[in-house]
Ligand binder design. Structure first.
Ligand code: ADP
Length: 416
């Protein structure tokens, strides 16, 4: 039946997951890195293919790649990067915010120092710009290494470039830019582009009819992995920060709260990110303490401690206040009670977040899948269920590479 391969390029490493036709994982390879750039990505890509195993490679029928959103490259006519890639969190585009504000619609996601468009504006002022032929996202360039086609991207990676997700075209305000000719053609994520390059067929003994598909971003890939696939289904990521994503028929955008929507077929994946989350828990407790104290907490009982756990002042979503102070008092002597108050308070903020998305037009919350370091805390799940008023479940799979493998397999029904 053939295997499908998803490759995730995240912030701390790359991972490949191969799945069979029943969506079971048959191989997984990881390549850790930090502060990697395009030379490391290329090395990582070939390392992952090398280490999948002969039998897995010989059955591959499809491959897709996800990258980090707004990690971008400027390339020459042959796809060679003209300089180091600019990474997702690089804010050098700040100097161009006024210029972007002058052309983009109000509150558009491109109006951010880290947007792909702000990075393109920055490059446009550099000497190498005259040699540029293609402006690509990380996932586009890595897919190019596999199929050899340049100037191709997907509408997830193109959101922060300014692509019009409602009308599926570039807006006039982008078409009028002198650098418009560098922008890629945009396809639906999971569109077959071409078969794998002949030299890779020879090098890795991958079938020559193995198709390379357009990819997505790491956070959408993790959403696809979760199993959330119907209106009102949501995924809460309980990592260092608290990130909410809710599947809606209505597009919701509000830059005041940092809320924007990605397109998923005919639906919208709307979401926001709060500064509260696991990083605050980590400041006070080790992972073992978190586990042990949590087991001793009765999640059905409400803690009356009402905190706003933050590492430093300032919040965007669900409360927009750049000076919002952290509230971590009164602090009881008993660490179990303190943790109960923290878990309860983060659950309140999560519920407020989903309430905010619904007030702005998103569909009614139906169920919440959980991912990230805090997801396995069953006491917390009970507390969260109390505040959210809907079933709180574990994500079926958490790895972005798994979601991207589903994309390569064409089994993301939302995109059909
Ligand atoms: P990141 O966003 O850095 O990728 P992870 O998804 O790896 O984060 O999650 C790490 C966070 O999970 C840490 O901040 C830690 O405090 C939190 N965490 C770990 N174990 C637990 C637990 N049992 N209960 C709640 N939170 C936990």
């Amino acid at each position: 039946m053939g295997l499908s391969l998803g490759i995730d390029f995240g912030t701390s490493g790359a991972r490949a997951i191969a799945i069979d036709s029943s969506k079971n994982i048959v191989a997984e390879v990881h390549y850790p890195f930090t502060n990697a750039n395009f030379q490391d990505w290329q090395k990582a890509l070939f390392y992952l293919l090398d280490n999948l195993g002969d039998s897995v490679r010989s059955e591959l029928k499809s491959i897709a790649i996800n990258g980090t959103s707004s990690t971008v490259l400027l390339c020459d006519n042959w796809g060679n990067p003209l300089s180091e890639a600019i990474l997702y969190n690089d804010g050098r585009g700040i100097a161009f915010l006024e210029a972007i504000k002058a052309i983009a619609p109000p509150h558009h996601p491109v109006i951010s120092a880290t947007s792909s468009l702000a990075k393109l504006f920055w490059w446009s002022q550099q000497e190498i710009f005259s040699q540029a032929h293609y402006f690509l996202s990380q996932a586009d360039w890595l897919a190019f290494l596999l199929h050899g086609k340049l100037g191709i991207s997907d509408y997830h990676n193109a959101l922060k470039l300014g692509y019009d997700l409602e009308n599926l075209c570039y807006p006039h305000w982008l078409e009028n830019l002198p650098m418009f000719n560098l922008l890629p053609e945009i396809f639906t994520p999971g569109t077959a582009i071409d078969t794998i390059k002949p030299d890779l067929v020879t090098r890795f003994a991958i079938p020559k009819d193995c198709l390379i598909y357009t990819g997505t971003t790491d956070s959408i890939a993790a959403f696809l992995a979760s199993g959330a696939n119907s209106l009102g289904a949501a995924v809460t990521s309980l990592g260092s920060t608290l990130v909410l994503k809710l599947l809606s028929s209505q597009k919701v955008d509000d830059s005041n709260y940092g809320i924007y929507s990605h397109r998923l077929g005919n639906l919208w994946l709307t979401g926001g990110a709060s500064n509260t989350g696991g990083a605050v828990l980590k400041k006070f407790f080790s992972n073992q303490e978190l586990r042990n104290y949590s087991l001793a907490i009765d999640g059905q009982k409400e803690s009356n401690l009402d905190y706003y756990p933050l590492l430093k002042a300032g919040e965007r979503f669900p409360i927009n206040d750049p000076f919002l102070p952290a509230k971590l008092t009164p602090r009881p002597d008993n660490p179990r009670e303190f943790l109960h108050g923290l878990l309860e308070s983060i659950a309140r903020i999560e519920a407020l977040g989903y309430q905010r998305l619904q007030e702005l037009g998103a569909n009614k919350l139906q169920r919440v899948y959980s991912a990230g370091g805090g997801a396995k805390n069953s006491t917390w799940r009970i507390i969260r269920q109390r505040h959210l008023g809907v079933p709180v479940l574990l994500s079926k799979q958490e790895q972005a590479a798994y979601g991207t493998a589903l994309l390569a397999q064409q089994s993301v029904t939302l995109l059909k």
